[in-house]
Design a protein around this ligand. Structure first.
Ligand code: NAD
Length: 332
């Protein structure tokens, strides 16, 4: 029986990944600073350890002897309202860097056979993402580095950390850059939710004939990958010999307003969108609208070439599943 550890398994992607690994017959240990809010622990793992991975002693306990694989998804992260305002920069960098420093060291000590690290598209340089029609997120465009957030800089640092341990200590690593993963059993309110969850919640909460706010002019572009396909892509990468870094995302690019319109269509209500930006936003919220880069899309050529598989689920299909789940939460 393969033994795996999912760090950050109390979170969105980690929970889904752990569940899949358990269903495939692995022995699964999860460590997270919090319990999973939406999954029963028996559903996703054999052992759930509450631990603060910033503490090296905790990481020493969590990463036990005899484990085959570690999936490192723990990070201090959130949606645009958390990582792009600047208010959380110090915590984001300090907390996530500490986790990665501890984990990589302990994986070498315990002879872990393979380690997966989840980086993010937020590490790509801002200057290649100014044109919403034509963003460049090819893996090779990462340098010269210029991420638009400290969250992105920490991811870039940690990618380099895993590869340095690969070169110097022969740690077998896989590094992927996730692009906006979404789906049920994820954060859907409170400021850390991502755009698909935020739009679904707003569409679910807004009464027929009403309107909801979309931050920014709505013309910024993004792509969104349904969580099951993300998990599939991670597992296929772990089976391959390709270390990365490689994008894991969808290349179905939409504007944020198109995403909002999709959520409204799925809700089957007549709802208007109110874009809020510039001074109006500052007056209302007291900080600059955290829109992020103008355009971002996953470039999947490298993944397809190296691993021979492509993500294919249309955005709308995933949005229907996500809206349905969030609508249930709203009505609870
Ligand atoms: P999430 O916030 O749901 O999961 C992260 C988990 O890390 C949380 O459960 C959190 O409690 C845990 N954590 C944070 N600090 C911890 C600590 N000190 N000790 C122990 N656990 C701690 O986020 P997610 O969407 O599931 O993302 C998983 C990973 O993928 C993260 O590394 C994230 O940066 C990366 N990523 C996600 C996306 C996305 O769209 N969701 C995009 C790019 C990258």
């Amino acid at each position: 029986m393969k033994k795996v550890i999912v760090l950050g398994g109390g979170g969105f992607i980690g929970g889904h990944l752990a569940k899949r690994l358990k269903n495939e017959g692995c022995y699964v240990r999860i460590a997270d600073i919090k319990n999973h809010e939406y999954f029963d622990h028996q559903e996703i793992c054999h052992e759930f350890i509450l631990a603060d991975l910033r503490d090296p002693k905790a990481v020493e306990l969590v990463i036990g002897e005899g484990y085959d694989e570690v999936y490192q998804l723990a990070a201090d992260m959130g949606g645009a309202g958390y990582i792009f305002t600047g208010d959380n920069d110090a915590n984001v960098m300090h907390n996530s860097a500490l986790i990665n420093l501890n984990v990589v060291h302990e994986c070498v000590k315990k002879n872990i056979k393979k380690v997966f690290y989840s980086s993010s598209a937020c590490m790509y340089p801002e200057h290649n993402q100014l044109d919403p029609e034509n963003p460049n997120c090819e893996e090779s465009s990462a340098y010269p580095a210029n991420p638009d957030s400290e969250y992105g800089w920490e991811k870039l640092f940690s990618e380099r950390l895993y590869f340095a341990f690969n070169r110097n200590y022969k740690l077998d690593v896989r590094v992927a850059r996730f692009h906006n993963i979404f789906g049920p059993q994820g954060t859907w309110m409170g400021g850390k939710e991502k755009a698909p969850a935020a739009m679904s919640r707003k569409a679910a909460e807004t009464p027929e004939g009403g309107s909801f706010e979309v931050w920014g002019d709505g013309l910024q572009t993004r792509s969104f990958l349904y969580v099951d396909e993300c998990v599939e892509a991670v597992l296929r990468m772990m089976e391959s010999d390709f270390l990365g870094p490689v994008n894991i995302g969808s290349d179905e690019m939409v504007t944020i307003n198109q995403l909002a319109e999709m959520a409204i269509r799925i809700s089957d209500k007549n709802i208007a969108i109110k874009n809020i930006t510039g001074d109006e936003f500052i007056q209302k919220y007291g900080f600059k609208c955290p829109e992020g880069v103008r355009g971002r899309n996953s470039d999947n050529k490298l993944y397809e070439n190296k691993i021979g598989w492509r993500v294919s689920e249309p955005l709308e299909k995933g949005m229907i599943k996500t809206f349905t789940w969030i609508n249930e939460q709203v009505n609870k």
